[in-house]
Design a protein around this ligand. Structure first.
Ligand SMILES: NC(=O)c1ccc[n+]([C@@H]2O[C@H](COP(=O)([O-])OP(=O)(O)OC[C@H]3O[C@@H](n4cnc5c(N)ncnc54)[C@H](OP(=O)(O)O)[C@@H]3O)[C@@H](O)[C@H]2O)c1
Length: 236
């Protein structure tokens, strides 16, 4: 199968590439600055033609369009919208609104921009899947003192950006259902990456293993869902 993924330079994106190549898939990997994505490049040396690395900044329309044109020489089975940033987690009164704007642009608008550019290629593919990496922090229901993370409030930009992403995914699920698009938002868990930090309980290998299982199992009947990496449905 042919996958395309954003944010493949490190963290969860890099591990997706590693596991997809290990199971024999082909990957079109987007990295903001390919020359700096050394671990990704070293995977490429082993995978040969099954991995191609392209510049991709999801906040930049020209970059996204160019990626879609290069990758568009053939259909894409699965698009993984993985790129994301955490931004500043300040109290409301100390919000850095330029940072909030960057977080919204990267985490919510960027994935819609990439999905829009890639949709024709995905609809030509065999499996027609677009998945987005979201967060449990997007959940309204979980943003209470009784939520599973044991904390509520805070992280305005991150919560808002992932909630907007979830809304975008649900809308895509409705609008393109008849054309066979299967889409979902997946929470990878709290994962040991630069974003998740060292205190995170979940290893990146475990999270990606779980998400690949969830993505493989997605069908039109389960399209439009908010799930975690173990396949559990999450409250909106
Ligand atoms: N780790 C967690 O606990 C956790 C929890 C919930 C959700 N998530 C989500 O999972 C996804 C991956 O997170 P991670 O933990 O792997 O984070 P990470 O280690 O910080 O990696 C983020 C990746 O996104 C890329 N990126 C950032 N801005 C981009 C842009 N404008 N265009 C293209 N690529 C961009 C980065 O590229 P550069 O190397 O160029 O910066 C990097 O490859 C994110 O969407 C995140 O919100 C993570």
């Amino acid at each position: 199968m042919r996958y395309a993924i954003s944010g493949a330079s490190r963290g969860i994106g890099l591990e997706f590439v590693r596991q997809l190549l290990a199971r024999g898939d082909t990957v079109e990997a987007g990295a903001r600055v390919p020359a700096e994505a050394r671990q990704l490049a070293s995977l490429g040396r082993e995978a040969g033609a099954r991995l191609r690395i392209h510049p991709l900044d999801v906040t930049n329309a020209t970059s996204v369009r160019t990626f879609a044109i290069i990758v568009g020489e053939g259909p894409v089975d699965v698009l993984i919208n993985n790129a994301g940033i955490g931004g500043k987690w300040n109290p409301l009164v100390d919000t850095d609104f330029d940072d909030m704007s960057d977080v919204m642009e990267t985490n919510a608008i960027g994935p819609m921009r990439l999905s829009a550019a890639m949709l024709p290629l995905v609809l030509r593919g065999g499996t027609r899947k677009i998945v987005h990496l979201t967060s449990r922090m997007a959940s309204f229901a979980d943003n209470t003192p009784a939520g599973v993370y044991g904390f509520a409030g805070g992280a305005y930009s991150y919560r808002m950006s992932k909630a907007a992403l979830n809304a975008g995914m649900r809308t895509m699920a409705v609008d393109y259902r008849e054309q066979g698009l299967i889409t979902a938002v997946i929470n990878p868990g709290w994962v040991q990456t630069d974003l998740g930090g060292k205190m995170a309980p979940t290893r990146v290998e475990e999270s990606v293993q779980g998400m690949l299982r969830v993505i493989d199992d997605l069908t039109l009947a389960s399209s439009g869902r908010f799930m975690d990496y173990l396949g559990k449905e999450l409250p909106w």
